[in-house]
Design a protein around this ligand. Structure first.
Ligand code: SF4
Ligand code: SF4
Length: 402
């Protein structure tokens, strides 16, 4: 294993640091720690094949603010480099890449949030707030249903719009969803501008030879969750140095469950507006099949992720972000569980009650999308795109293994 000289250059505490984007602002304590461990890793390079972080690191000699943000979002906290590291605690170097990256990564969600004042919501987007928000919105809709037509009613054949008119639901959820997409879009654009400044080498890389193939590879990386394979295909470390693919599997179930539920909503919207086919849809219709498969993924995936989250080695994570992780998982579970309850009870006298509860949880999920754990997927996709562009360009240092 390569030996690192004890004199590895460190960034001056709190001072400015030169990174790939030139002279940049003073680093926070968390960013300084990422810069410090990356300088040690850059001399060692034992973990080069584990994930995208290390090849990206080799293209840099110093690590500015933007570099630490980029690398932190490339890291998916698999823990492999910690278990492999000869400089991990109790060594004096105390190298703990997963934790250093996790700390900065959590901070980037806040830094690039839009509107900026909402960034502090990340600190509050915990389990309690998620449950309180879902409960509050569900209660509001339950009361609204009770005041308009009564909570218990004769079976309505699954006709949701007899409780809440279609146009009211479309307007209410349309506004919240569009705001969430706008906030996420502006947030990730701010992140992208920071990690890929206009003057940077490669910022104007040709689209046909670099941009398009890099984008295609990034989509494939996200679709396959390539790096959750650990670089050797055996997976991540969770509570020990044993590799496991369960994190990848539960992430895939959650991702595809979410996408299938989204597809079900899109198909139902097309049915309504283009084909004049209105809900309720039969159990064997496309929207219900897609929603049922997606809902199953959104039960099994989040339950598994919660199980892994509880067992996860605390040394590898930023403990302050556990609440955010669990809040998001809880909302996904609530949405899928109440969705299934509504599907089963839609032709009974309890439909209005379950419709209100389900809509309240869906609304809470949408409201918190730009200010909770969901953002990690968007920022990681952007970091992967930068990585896939960068690796197609000549390494200006000429030192990296790639
Ligand atoms: S994590 Fe440790 S073993 Fe891996 S590259 Fe860094 S210093 Fe080397
Ligand atoms: S924790 Fe995993 S993903 Fe993060 S830098 Fe280490 S090996 Fe890469």
């Amino acid at each position: 294993m390569p030996q690192v000289a004890e004199t590895a250059a460190m960034p001056p505490p709190g001072g400015p640091c030169e990174g790939s984007g030139g002279l940049v602002a003073a680093l926070t304590a968390g960013e300084q720690e990422v810069a410090r461990v990356m300088q040690i890793c850059n001399a060692c390079r034992y973990c080069e094949g584990f994930c995208a972080v290390f090849p990206a690191m080799t293209r840099r000699l110093a690590f500015g603010k933007a570099d630490t943000h980029y690398l932190a979002n490339l890291c998916h906290n698999c823990g492999s480099c910690f278990h492999a590291c000869q400089y991990a605690p109790p060594h004096d170097f105390a190298v703990n890449v997963p934790r250093a990256m996790a700390t900065v990564r959590g901070r980037t969600y806040q830094d690039y949030a839009w509107p900026p004042a909402f960034g502090r919501l990340y600190q509050r987007a915990g389990l309690t707030v998620a449950l309180a928000l879902a409960g509050g919105l569900a209660l509001f809709l339950v009361l609204a249903a009770a005041m308009t037509g009564g909570l218990l009613h004769a079976p309505l054949g699954g006709n949701f719009y007899a409780i809440f008119p279609h146009n009211l639901l479309a307007a209410l959820f349309g506004v919240v969803f569009l705001f969430a997409m706008l906030a996420l879009g502006i947030g990730v654009a701010r992140f992208w501008r920071e990690i890929s400044p206009a003057g940077e080498a490669g910022a104007a890389a040709p689209m046909t030879t670099v941009g398009v193939p890099a984008a295609a590879e990034s989509v494939a990386d996200v679709a396959r969750l390539t790096y959750l394979g650990g670089g050797h295909g055996e997976g991540c470390n969770e509570d020990s140095d044993r590799f496991t693919l369960w994190r990848r599997r539960f992430h895939q179930l959650t991702l595809y469950g979410f996408l299938l539920c989204f597809a079900a909503t899109c198909v139902a919207t097309l049915y309504h507006y283009l084909l004049d086919r209105h809900a309720p849809y039969a159990f064997d219709s496309l929207p219900v099949i897609l929603g049922t498969l997606g809902g199953a993924g959104l039960i099994v995936g989040p339950v598994g992720l919660l199980w892994l989250n509880v067992r996860r080695d605390a040394l590898l994570t930023d403990p302050s972000q556990k609440a955010m992780d669990r809040g998001f998982i809880a909302l996904l579970l609530l949405v899928s569980a109440t969705g299934f309850a509504l599907l089963v009870l839609r032709d009974t006298r309890f439909m209005a009650l379950w419709l209100a509860i389900h809509l309240g949880t869906v609304m809470a999920l949408f409201v918190t999308l730009p200010y909770g754990k969901f953002v990690h997927g968007v920022c990681r996709a952007a970091a992967l795109l930068k990585f896939n562009i960068e690796k197609r360009l000549p390494n200006r240092l000429g030192l990296g293994g790639d």
